[in-house]
Design a protein around this ligand. Sequence first.
Ligand code: PLP
Length: 377
Amino acid sequence: MIYLDHAATTPVPKAVADAMYTVLTEQFGNPSAQYPYGQDMKKQVESWRETIAKAVGCETKNLFFSSCGTESDNWAIEAALWQNRRVGKHIITTAVEHSAILEPLKLLEQQGYTITRLVPDKTGHITVEQVADALREDTALVSIMLVNNETGCIFPVAEIAELLRERKSKALLHTDAVQGFMKVPCDPKALGVDFMSLSAHKIGGPKGIGALYIADTVRNPRPLLPGGGQESGNRSGTEATSQIAGFAKAVELRSENLSDKLAHMTDIKDYCREKLLTIPGMVAVGEGKAPHVLMVSLPGYPSANIVTDLGAKGICISAGSACHRGKLSHVVQALGLDKRTAAGVLRISFAPETTKEEIDGLYEAIAEHQKNRFPML
Ligand code: PLP
């Protein structure tokens, strides 16, 4: 198999699975239990939190575990709107956020909130000026992702934070850093965000565990899940100890020589782009600078067919975000591409382990597909 869909999810290294297995079988104590076997687990959870917080660049007291990136996104929206309930009912976001942001905002729209959805230009980028033009007195939340999961575009989150400060806006700033964590700099204090969402399964961790950074600017956040008081009372539920152990182990592994890994991914992405663009008709889409995501298109060749054909040969790429299951994604629609280019969009995404031989295999398979198919009119 040639797996080139690391923006969808990543394989779990054996050391991560082993760390989880040990917790499941030998260290299964409940961190809330009073006896040493439970209290040891509490200490472990705090040491895993420390590992992750160190990689994020924040203090442990600001990092809370959740069940996934989707939950973190929903949580950030809810917490921000609760704190700013007297500021107003206006929210700024982009038209290309993950559905974990767009869908809850649709529901809020039905409850009387006004949502401004900024549309990117053809390169996939959003500017701070767009946010400046949209900002109002009653803006309660600005939620702008750090890296787009389909184009790989990096959004100017730090500049947006600066704008909010200059305008003395009361709006809280959330960034969905699910695709940015350990790919681009994402220190939440340097970015100036109030909330930042993370997910383990994009960096070699297990699915079903995420985290939310909540800055000190958020006073007494309303608990997402009231109950037994875990996560400092912000998200109750017995800690997912084996998942947290896997998340921390994945972070630890990814942190080793991270800059070399990022440089390798950048090289692989450049190699892949150059190679694929030699295929007749292939065009680059957007100008995403994140090291792990490349968007291209074979205008006139429906991407769903290419993805299915390649899948049958054991090559995994995506026609867009895995969450859209074959439909033209909202990100592709927002880019305003002509119909034929939009229909042919392919997303290829890389890991530190991706090799040039894998890219050569992808190139040959796409070239062969394209030779054997007539483009749609
Ligand atoms: N945000 C972005 C940008 C993503 O790419 C994803 C997953 O694809 C999510 C949120 C959701 O994360 P999870 O799958 O952990 O719920």
